[in-house]
Design a protein around this ligand. Sequence first.
Ligand code: ATP
Length: 235
Amino acid sequence: MMLEVDKINVFYGAIHALTDISFNVEEGEIVALIGANGAGKSTSLKTLSGLLHPTTGSIRFLEEDISTKAAEEIVRKGIIHVPEGRKIFAPLTVMENLEMGAFLQNDKDQIACDIRSAFERFPRLKERQNQLGGTLSGGEQQMLAIARGLMSHPKLMLLDEPSMGLAPVLVEQIFEIIQEINKQGTSILLVEQNAKMALSIANRAYVLETGSVVLEGAAKDVMENSSVIQAYLGG
Ligand code: ATP
């Protein structure tokens, strides 16, 4: 197992945000976490990436307990957190954003090579390489967030709401890119309010409600579950 989250509890002060949550990701998988606003999806990702720490429970990544590790160390181990697209560095150029994504890499040639790969994957970003991040469209910012994440050569990518605020045609494009990244060997944990899209590309899914996992299974089974259809797939 690549990632094993076992009964973690996470608090914001007195607020109990995650209660005994367990889930896992196998190498090569796309796993979706779906659920309504406030269900605990973003908190789960922040805990995996070391921005928050569980009070109890464990997080194992490639057989090692990472639940108390610092965020930078977790990136070093191969987990990257791609926040929703608006959280790129707005006052920096596209190029500078990508360079920031390579903060663990000292080899300048390798960085240049990775930037070339990013531009091959996202020609749109190449055209806008000297433009400030904050002036990009929503879809371009999301692409930049993903491209920046790839600069660290992650084994596991945590994607927070990649479809947020995007027109349907761009959502399709972003989801195709996610599938492509996965096919090239990066495992993906995908948090989405757009349950339909997430389930359509995921191998497995977990449904979160008020900080707990209430349902888990193969994405196609979750998609056919009547309470999921009722609550998240528009009846
Ligand atoms: P959303 O899509 O709205 O971000 P979510 O499923 O990602 O929803 P979380 O953001 O993880 O949910 O929130 C889980 C719970 O933790 C909610 O009750 C939320 O109000 C609370 N919470 C989130 N961030 C904080 C914070 N910084 N301080 C206090 N409580 C928080």
